[in-house]
Write a protein that binds this ligand. Structure first.
Ligand code: SAM
Ligand code: SF4
Length: 331
């Protein structure tokens, strides 16, 4: 699938829930929340069908997200079923990490069960190592569980584990996170705050550009070495820390004017909307056509029509007012 601007779509990011056990200020405003009623959420069978159809159109990378995907009931059986979709060559999960170390009925940790089900890569959100800042950002005191979750993920043997840190002025810390990632041989990525929440946090005063994060790192480690050929399927630009084999990613969704050029993604929300771009109001109700009895061929045509309408770039720099919060899109 290719759109009018030459974006080749090979990646589907799938949200399976709008619910979360944390309340990150930039994602899920405190004044919320009414969760979606169950009947408005795609069943696992429906989600699997949409993913299978997408793979038949050339999608080979699938990442499961939310809300917090690991809070959804029977999520492990969903992951087990995903492995039967032969077109998925790269299966990933985005999680806040709080539940990865939890024991499952099989005696394995959640992380081990996910690995067993075929999950190859895990992105874990970690904005800070300071417990107080962690609870200010997430509204919960789950830092110890997250650190246990990261250890559980490492023990489970995933092919790739990345730590994602959303940059916020006055909250972000750099060196402790870089050292934490270095000691564990994990890839750390800094992500610019995007206007995808209605909460007060998204003032210009809280925005911290990646250039500033990079300067903070360089004043400590010396000039970072660009690694333009190092890519992990996502929109990160990677740099190496001098005299180390450690890579740091920067995701400049707001300040990098070329950010959208290499976009290869579509999103499926948990309530069955296909979104051609995170930073656009466009969304198309594939659940409705599926529940009205669409054939696989009709679903494929639906995908192609959505791809046809993928915008050249996101609208975040144009006074964008979020219509849906991140937690309800699937970051
Ligand atoms: C929406 S979360 C869903 C998965 C999981 N609950 C987690 O926290 O990783 C996915 C990613 O989106 C990021 N995110 C949420 N709101 C954001 C915002 N306003 N700007 C930039 N990134 C954001 C989170 O930090 C997280 O890394
Ligand atoms: S970023 Fe993840 S953990 Fe935080 S509120 Fe959003 S969905 Fe939940």
């Amino acid at each position: 699938m290719e759109d009018r601007f030459g974006h080749r779509i090979s990646y589907l990011r799938v949200s399976i829930t709008d619910r979360c056990n944390e309340r990150c200020t930039y994602c899920l405003p405190h004044e919320l929340q009414e969760w979606l009623p169950r009947e408005d959420i795609l069943t696992y069978e429906e989600t699997l069908r949409i993913i299978r159809v997408a793979t038949e159109l050339g999608v080979s990378k699938v990442r499961i997200t939310g809300g917090e995907p690991l809070t959804r009931r029977d999520v492990l059986s969903f992951f087990d079923s995903l492995s039967s979709i032969s077109g998925i060559r790269d299966l990933g999960l985005s999680t806040n990490g709080t539940l990865l170390a939890r024991q499952t009925a099989s005696g394995l940790t959640m992380a081990e069960r996910l690995r067993e089900a075929g999950v190859q890569s895990v992105n874990i959100s970690l904005d800070t190592l300071n417990a107080e800042t962690y609870s200010q950002i997430t509204g919960r005191d789950f830092l110890p569980q997250v650190l246990d979750g990261i250890a559980a993920a490492m023990a489970a043997g995933f092919e790739r584990i990345k730590l994602n840190c959303v940059l916020m002025r006055g909250r972000s810390e750099f060196i402790p996170l870089v050292e934490y990632a270095a000691a564990r041989n994990l890839i750390l990525r800094f992500i610019e705050l995007m206007p995808v929440s209605t909460s007060d946090v998204l003032h210009p005063e809280s925005f911290l550009p990646i250039a500033e994060a990079r300067r903070a790192l360089e004043s400590h480690y010396g000039p970072l070495i660009p690694e333009p050929t190092f890519r992990t399927n996502g929109p990160s630009n990677y740099f190496r820390i001098p005299r180390r084999d450690q890579r740091i990613g920067f995701i400049g969704a707001m300040s990098d004017l070329h950010f959208c050029e290499s976009c290869n993604k579509l999103r499926l929300t948990c309530d069955g909307k296909l979104r051609p771009c995170l930073g656009s109001y466009l969304e198309f109700d594939i659940m409705k056509v599926m529940r009205a009895g669409a054939t696989d061929a009709e679903l494929k045509q639906f995908f192609l029509d959505v791809v046809e309408r993928k915008p050249e770039q996101h609208d975040f720099r144009n006074e964008y007012q979020p219509g849906r919060m991140m937690v309800a899109i699937g970051g």
